[in-house]
Design a protein around this ligand. Sequence first.
Ligand SMILES: O=C(O)CCC(=O)C(=O)O
Ligand SMILES: [Fe+2]
Length: 217
Amino acid sequence: MDDLLTSVRPRTILAEGAVWLPGFVLSEAQALHQAIAQVSAQAPFRHFRTRMGPMSAAMTSCGACGWVADPSGYRYSRTDPQTGQSWPAMPDALRHLAVLAAAEAGYAAFDPASCLINRYGPGAKMGLHEDRDEGMPEAPVVSVSLGVPARFSFGGLRRTDPKRIIELLDGDVVVWGGGSRFAWHGVSPIRETFHQQTGAMRYNLTFRAINAALFRP
Ligand SMILES: O=C(O)CCC(=O)C(=O)O
Ligand SMILES: [Fe+2]
């Protein structure tokens, strides 16, 4: 079955430096779910409030720093503002898969400092944006999808550039770096469907190398 799906959904270059690896982590989904449960037991999922209101995706992080947002802006922080503690360490299984996926996409020696975990329920989305706050333009972003499908838009370096829309399924990985490191991307509202492991939820993990000079307390 895996082989069939893999042949029907071959790896695809989305743009220069951006590769979609369908099903790349499917066989490790169980370990990924365990890692998410372990991280979120220490650093619970929460909906950050930005200037625009609460985000529809719930988030948590692990690693040396985590992504945080409040009405004053976005940043990477060494501590979880909700608990006042350091973010949980990045589980080895997560780091290992992210490094493997990066290498598979042509990025050797990827060293992620952080993994941001997004949890999307039905209707949750992520508006078009660029991942710009990492200060490591040479390192890619490695994005892992689990659970129900998502329509992912992947564009160019200008917000208005044409977008490719792909359906990300359980176990899919997208890696973007090089000429696509600052490509605009976003997630359409999640449709109400069911997945054996996650119910109505979709999880997305993005692994990022981050310049330590940018970590805030
Ligand atoms: O959920 C996704 O597929 C993308 C998430 C994303 O772009 C981000 O967390 O910056
Ligand atoms: Fe992003």
